[in-house]
Ligand binder design. Sequence first.
Ligand SMILES: *Cc1c(COP(=O)(O)O)cnc(C)c1O
Length: 769
Amino acid sequence: MLERTIKLQKLEVLIIDEELAVPKSVGGRAVRALADELTSRDIEVVEAASYHDGRSVFLSDASIDAILIDWTTREGKDKKSRAEALDLLRTIRSRNATVPIMLMADQAARDDLTVEVMQLTDEYVWLHADTIPFIASRVMAAIQRYQRNILPPFNRALLSYMNLAEYSWAAPGHQGGVAFTKTPAGRIFFDFFGENLFRADTGIERGGLGSLLEHSGPIGEAEAYAARVFGAHRSYSGLTGTSGANRTIFAAAVGDGQFALCDRNCHKSIEQGLILSGGIPAFLVPTRNRYGIIGPILPEEFEPKAIRAKLAAHPLRSHAVKPDPVYAVVTNSTYDGLCYDSAHVEALLGKTVDRIHLDEAWFGYARFNPIYENRFAMRGDPKAHKESDPTVFSTQSTHKLLAALSQSSYIHIRDGRNPIEHSRFNVSYMAQTTTSPLYALIASNEIGASMMDGPSGKALTDEVIEEAVSFRQTLARAHREFARKKDWFFWPWNAPKVKDPKTGKNVTFADADLQQLITDPECWVLHPGEKWHGFDGLPDGWCMLDPIKVGIVCPGMGDDGEMQASGIPAPVLSAYLHHFGNIPSRTTDHMVLCLFSIGITKGKWGTLMSVLLDFKDDYDANRPLVECLPDLVAEAPRVYGGMGLRDLADKMFRHMKESRAGQLQAQAFCVLPEPQMLPRRANGMLMAGEAELLPVEELANRVAGVGIIPYPPGIPIVLPGENFGPADGPWLSYIRALEDWGQTFPGFEKEVEGTVVVDGAYQAWAIKE
Ligand SMILES: *Cc1c(COP(=O)(O)O)cnc(C)c1O
């Protein structure tokens, strides 16, 4: 026998009434009788004896199906209590527009039922006038109405399909997971994930769930639903990540020998799009600051004149089938949270191209919080945009900062000029997906969308922003406290001062009003000339820092761009954080990045703060690495054995300074190598065996067969078809510096995508001469 592994869903009702605690009173007896009646109908009743407790229960338990709230008039019930109740009603509705709220009132309480109270609630329950079974039935009916609409279309269809309990004679062969139960390892796997995952993993013969390739049935409805939520004309649910989504758009929008304007700060999938399409890339080069953070592309790069000049001088222009670019792709926001004035970006690029793609892999939530107004692709109502506007694409990894399983992604399209009709676009879509979709992925993608629908989108993003800003302020205050004692500490990467709108005066970030910081985009806009961000030539408002992507800056980099006498390399801090179970999103030379996402728990950053303070203690005491980073010492005892934390930081900092790695990195990114072959041709030669794997010293003046992308910052220094340049040129010098770094500091090697590491030395594919 295979016993039940999945919890049965139980209905849950929250009753908020202080008389629950006074069972002998008349009111107490009535509400107790109602609670008992509901329990006898197999409903779980959660009791709260105050509005305050009721609020806590509601905020922590999203599975409540109905809420009954005391609204009687009694002696001792005053205005304050009415105000508390009203506040509770508002809180509930700010998160959930439809959960049934029933007020348990008496006749005298009618006078207090204002229009607002009536709008916020659904029903009134007259505990002393109606019978208890009748009231319980009203509650059940309200729950049934509510439940019918909780789930978005695909999830609703999937759950009802599961209830059919069909026998299958088709794939997948595991047959609802039964196959797994036949071996010990399979059984552990089955029990770990639970039966529902396997039951829901059915084959595409189930027509009732629709078709991913035809976008029909409940799957089609799910995509229409996502389009409504995200403000697109049409949306496509993707199961191969934003990697697949980007390739889909690229290959659909760009033809063989057509120019594509590409952000040089692009994801690998854009390089793959170039290979698939045979397009000719013309790169838009982003700014970079002294911390090595890749910033926005400046608006002048988007001007038609600059683009024309770029194409006129393009070394591969003889391959072009037409003179003008057909498509542009820009990463918005960057990994570090820099996002554009997207309306302005579209207006500028729209003068040159009909199709604009914003890669918003890390930015799917932007539409749902007013702080991001005008900073993302799918703005406002799609119907309000003109047909003469450019066609705009957005790709979003639902799994990255919204809530969905890995691989889930959306393509959103706002059709304007020169749109790509569905039947054509879908050919490209199908090439990047599978004929055997995992329904759990489609379901999770749709839930990610539904969580942003209605009031919960704002409530959830508000919470993330507030947590992130609270952490930033706490870090800034700690930094100030140490600075007063002439001591060091980390600080958050954001403006050190913001303007108070009431007084017009600047206040320090640490003292600014939290409400202002979480609602006023001006606090996060990069203003020209400001030292803290250090991007030159930015016009006001062009770029904003997303508060939820929190950069923790390590001391050591001067405002003038020169490294100071001493400092703390961010990789040392990052290793320490890892050791104590705090995994940052990524680490550059001087900054550790932590992302705050929908999955944040309140106060989680308190632990992060403690570890930062522990680091300070251990650094100041030069605590032996065997104690604070034992795994590192075990990996390379000869290098790290006798060292303390401070010794390591000093040695690494000195190395960074002497090797001038920062400057080398700047040169490698800011100057583009010479393209000598289209990416597709270089890739074709690689695949045809006409390329060879060479060590760095033999790569001079050779053409790359693969893109070389060092992480961080994750932007390509050389792409397929581009020349590696001379041995002492910027690109090979930087690769050698990375190699040297990895050999000097084992355990801290930098990943260089596109290379093969042999005995600590990088090798890369070059086209045979
Ligand atoms: C992560 C990322 C992608 C790819 O997304 P996946 O969902 O991991 O496939 C695309 N573009 C950018 C900018 C990314 O950061």
